[in-house]
Structures are given as structure tokens and as C-alpha cells.
Ligand binder design. Sequence first.
Ligand code: AMP
Ligand code: GLY
Length: 428
Amino acid sequence: MKILVVGGGGREHAILSALKKSPKVSELHCAPGNGGIYEIAACHNVKATDIDGMTALARELAADYVFVAPDDPLTLGMVDALEAAGIKAFGPRANAAIIEGSKVFSKSFMKRHGIPTAAYETFSDAESAIAYIKAQNSYPAVIKCDGLALGKGVIIAQDFAEAREAVVSILENAKFGASGREIVVEEYLDGVEATVLAFTDGKVVIPMPASVDHKRALDNDEGLNTGGMGVICPAPYYTAEIAAECMKSIFEPTVRGLADEGRAFKGCLYFGLMLTEGGVKVIEYNCRFGDPETQAVLPLLETDLFEIMTAVIDEKLAQLPIKWSDKSSACVVMASGGYPEKYDTGFEIGGLENVTGAVVYHAGTANNEQRATDSGQCKYVTSGGRVLGITALGGSLDEALETAYREVAKINFDGAFYRKDIGRKIKM
Ligand code: AMP
Ligand code: GLY
């Protein structure tokens, strides 16, 4: 089977690495890919959001399947376009991907189906939003853009002044463009977070082991929000009891609710959860695998990902047992100095050849094989904010973390930084 994976980050590198293990997969392609992906798949210069370009590429390659990994092509309808062209695709159609694409939709969806989430109101004019925040008089106040905003559309305002500034910047000054035409103002939830990725074919839902992302740039959860600086899996505090509660009150009602509304979701559904004293609540849905969660979760998968992908597409997930390793995994992200704000790229990455106990997933790297051959110089250079994700497995979380950090220390590039405390607060 010939598979084309859409995207070019650490998540896609982890997905391709899992697909590569399948005896049924004979050819892997990726667009646009990155330096590390280039080693295991043929990379094509088509943007992940270029729906016509990607459909044409899939046709030209005669790909048997296209795996659409990132949020934006999914919400833009790439799966719909591929299906219309007669090409099988993994991922939700646009009418289901809206669960991530519009927070106004996802909040009202949860209300309609009695799925626990933070109390909220939606607004499209600043004056009413500000009046509401003033009347609530409860801080922190959480303000969210309706649409996709590269993970930056959530503001946790500590006081009224900050909340007002956020509302004005989004609704009046269009800081996030059309994504911020509407906002959600919601209750602040106190608790610990967990991510649950789940396979679903629109009928059954099969959760993967829960993981914990670390979103802030710096140790002790300081600094700016990022795409994610490290992950551990499984989340030790996500007990079997909590898993059963989530299945009953969140996962099944979500999949059933979407199907009942004519929006059957097929693909990987991401549940961002807050474990509060009052039970588990949904912080957000995403319509895809998480990044970097995937880099910690998929290495624990023992079932063939290709088999799962086809079972999802063919709506036969109920018949497929899915097995997981009972090991723990830890993924530490190495980022470019300055990320998530301004950073430089093009720095050589050294020491990769010394990594023996971990898998290195490439996120923001470029491959300069020609230069390497000509001059013996390093083959990989940095090309993005998050550069690498180093994942180690272990018999315990401690062991996985120890190995991951030992291997991270062998890798270097100018300005490299990483959090030193991934998983530390979480250990039980
Ligand atoms: P989101 O983009 O919705 O995942 O939000 C980004 C981060 O903001 C989440 O991972 C949480 O840490 C935090 N967050 C979002 N909504 C809330 C909330 N209602 N209460 C507390 N924290 C929140
Ligand atoms: N790691 C958070 C996300 O993928 O949205």
C-alpha cells in the first residue's frame, strides 16, 4: 500500500514511523515533510493547506490512502475533497472537524449533549463581553477566539484590566483576524490536565493511553504558551475509574452526538480534559492527533497503525483489538532560542549520531544531504521553533524520563533550549 501523509512536524514523523512498521505498507510519501521525515518517506513540496495541490499529488502518486494530520487542512475540507476525487482518506470531514475549528460550535455542542465543560457565554461585540466579565467578577477569566489561532487564541486574564484588553484586541482590533470575530468567555477550571486521543470510526470510540503535555515554554510552567514542550504517557493520575467516567460522560456522548447531528467523526479525536474536584470537564476538542502528544503515545502502540487506519475508514473499528505496551514514555522537545516568539533558523544540529536509547522525531528541521556529502558537514539544520522531540521508553515514568534527558544532552545546536522538568510535577 502506498500512503501519503499530509503535514511536516514531529507528529507526522511519529505517524510515518508507526506506518513504516506495517508489513502492508510498501511506499511512504509526505507533503511537505521535514529533514527527518525525508529519511523514511519521499517528501513533496506541497503545502499542507493546499487542497487542490494535495489532491493532485495523491492522484499523481496513485496513493491508496491519504492521512491528513494537521488541523487546518481538516477544517478546510481536505478529506471531503480527497473523497470526492475517489481517494480514501484518514481524518474527519469538514462538518466534523468543526469541533476544533469553532469553539462556539464545540461549546454549544457540549451544552446540547450534556457533556461536562466550563460554563460560558459567546459574544461578537466587545461592549457586551466586557459587561458580562464585569458582572461575573470572577478571575482568572478565560477568553477564547472562536476559530483556529495557532494555539494562541486562549487568554487567561488575571484581572478585569487584562480581560478587557484581551476582548478589545480580539473583537475590535482583530488581533486574530476572522478567527476572533466571535469569542467564548468561560469559567476558569482548577485541576490537572490530561490529553486523551481516541480512534473513532463514527460508531465506536477507542481511547489511547492518556498523556500530559507541558504547554508553557519554561520550567515550573512559566513563560509563554507554546505548541507543547514535552509529554509523558500514560498520565499516572488518570486512573481506571476516571477513564470509565470519561468514557460514559464524555467520549461516547461526543461520538454519538456528532453522528446524531449528521457529523459522524472518523479519525483521531483529541479530548483536552481538566480533572477537577467536581469531575472531569472538557477544555477543548481537537480534530486530530496532538503534537507533541503523538510522539509519546504512538511509540507505545503495539497494533499495526495501518490496520487501525483502514478499520477507521471502513467503519470496522469494533472488530479490531488494539494493544498497548505497558511501558511509560517521555518526550522532551528541543526548541530554538527565542521560541515561541522570534527565533533564528539554519543552525547545524550536532550529536544525533550519538543518540542510542531514544527515538528522535524531527519537527522543525531541514535536510541538507548535498552539503553533507560535499563537505562532510552536518546534514540537518534547524528550520522551525520546535526542532526535535526526543522520546524514550522505560519500565517506569522515572526511567523513561531519565533516558530521554540523558539522550537530549547529547544533541546540540546554537540557541537550543528545552524544559528540564518534564514529568517532574506529575510523578506519583
Ligand atoms: P486550549 O487552546 O483550549 O487548549 O487552551 C490552552 C490552555 O489554556 C489549556 O491547555 C489550559 O491549560 C488552559 N485553559 C483553557 N481553558 C481553560 C479553562 N476554562 N480553565 C483553565 N484553564 C484553561
Ligand atoms: N499539544 C496540543 C495540541 O496538539 O493541540
